[in-house]
Design a protein around this ligand. Structure first.
Ligand SMILES: Nc1ncnc2c1ncn2[C@@H]1O[C@H](COP(=O)(O)OP(=O)(O)OP(=O)(O)O)[C@@H](O)[C@H]1O
Length: 373
């Protein structure tokens, strides 16, 4: 459990952050300059808040009322930055073992375990200058893990990588989330990463927390508009792979309400829990079941809300079983179909719109609903 309730400033910029998150990955998401790094630097002990309290798993790192302000070292926060910040003159192995020594305490993980977790065994003899950006970041994550942290703080760890390298490293982050067994704060302004990795989402804007909670709940909030980015806005659906059709390369993912989605090219095993991110702009709505159509996913749902916008677009939030889907339509279409709260509709999702980057193993628990584990 991470508990943050702080007020502070850097220069003329003030932050006020109050959120609590259960274990797992908590993402801080916001536009550039929103205050994400300022908040994380306060958690790490690199900046001092004016007042408040920060605790991780009941261990108090900062409490102005009680005069507690642990040093950076005593906080035991493993910090991974956008640039890997490895020692250039040391080999990968020495970078890793140095971290273990510098942590001055025996962590629960051995170097071998961390090397295996991050797939960096073949890099041990090399120096950072001879690694790709993605490899360097994996070593940096390994180094942070070996310093025996109680919290892992990752500040835009993929921001300096191109799309290909990002896709290479994301599966390691999925593994890290499920196997590292420590709370992770993940800072990003890439919705794709945040939606894939997080259990808890914290939206930062203008130095304030404007929303926080289970990631699927926050992403289904159409009122957050600009703060979550309209172009990338979407919802999460979770389910298990119930059937794999090798002939057509399709996996069937149940939506826990008797319906299923067909996803192409999914590298998942039968029975595996999967999280799918469906962007609002990839969803269309029909008020009657369409026939003679190439779209394979016709999901039945109920309109919950429609945003009241003045521009050409509107967003329609629909309930699908216990989950939500968002559709971005023109206001003219929504008006023509007479969409209203409570109306039964069909949500049309092109299978090709759900690409592999958008589909990932589901974290252990979403929405705190044990049934979804
Ligand atoms: N040392 C500083 N002195 C004065 N102002 C600062 C300092 N550090 C950051 N700021 C300002 O505080 C605001 C928040 O910066 P911060 O780095 O926390 O944002 P961010 O959300 O992490 O952005 P990005 O995604 O671009 O890294 C910005 O307006 C920034 O210019």
């Amino acid at each position: 459990m991470i508990e943050v309730d702080i007020k502070g400033r850097v220069g003329t910029f003030s932050v006020e952050a109050d959120f609590a998150a259960p274990s797992g990955v908590t993402s801080l998401f916001g536009q550039s300059g929103a205050g994400k790094s300022t908040i994380t630097n306060m958690i790490a002990g690199l900046l001092r808040p004016d007042k408040g309290r920060i605790a991780v798993d009941g261990e108090v790192l900062f409490d102005s009322a009680r005069g507690i302000n642990l040093s950076v070292r005593k906080r035991r926060v493993g910090h991974v930055f956008q640039d890997a910040r490895l020692f250039p003159h040391l080999t990968v192995k020495s970078n890793l073992t140095f971290a273990r020594w510098a942590g001055r305490r025996q962590g629960s993980r051995s170097v071998d375990e961390v090397v295996e977790l991050l797939g960096i065994a073949h890099l041990l003899a090399r120096k950072p200058g001879n690694l790709s950006g993605g490899e360097r970041q994996r070593v940096a994550i390994g180094r942070a893990l070996l310093s025996a942290p109680r919290l892992l703080l990752m500040d835009e760890p993929l921001a300096s990588l191109d799309q290909g390298r990002k896709s290479d490293i994301l599966p390691y982050l999925d593994r890290l989330r499920s196997e590292a067994g420590l709370p992770i704060i993940y800072v990003s302004h890439a919705m794709e990463e945040v939606a894939r990795l997080s259990q808890t989402l914290v939206i930062v804007s203008g130095g304030r927390i404007i929303a926080h909670g289970p990631v699927a709940d926050v992403l289904s909030r159409v009122d957050l508009g600009r703060a979550t980015g309209r172009h990338e806005a979407g919802a999460l659906l979770e389910g298990h792979v119930t059937r794999i059709d090798d002939t057509w390369g399709l996996s069937f993912v149940d939506l826990r309400d008797g319906q299923s989605m067909q996803v192409p090219g999914l590298e998942a095993k039968l029975g595996e829990a999967i999280r799918l991110r469906i962007r609002a702009r990839d969803v269309a709505i029909a008020v009657e079941k369409p026939t003679g159509i190439s779209i394979r996913n016709l999901i039945s749902g109920t309109v919950r809300t429609i945003t009241d916008e003045t521009g050409p677009y509107t967003e329609v939030l629909c309930t699908v079983g216990k989950q939500s889907l968002r559709a971005r339509l023109t206001r003219a279409s929504a008006n023509e179909l007479d969409l209203k709260s409570g109306r039964q509709v069909y949500l049309l999702v092109k299978s090709v719109a759900i690409d592999r980057r958008q589909s990932a193993p589901a974290p252990a628990v979403l929405n705190g609903d044990a049934e979804m584990a």
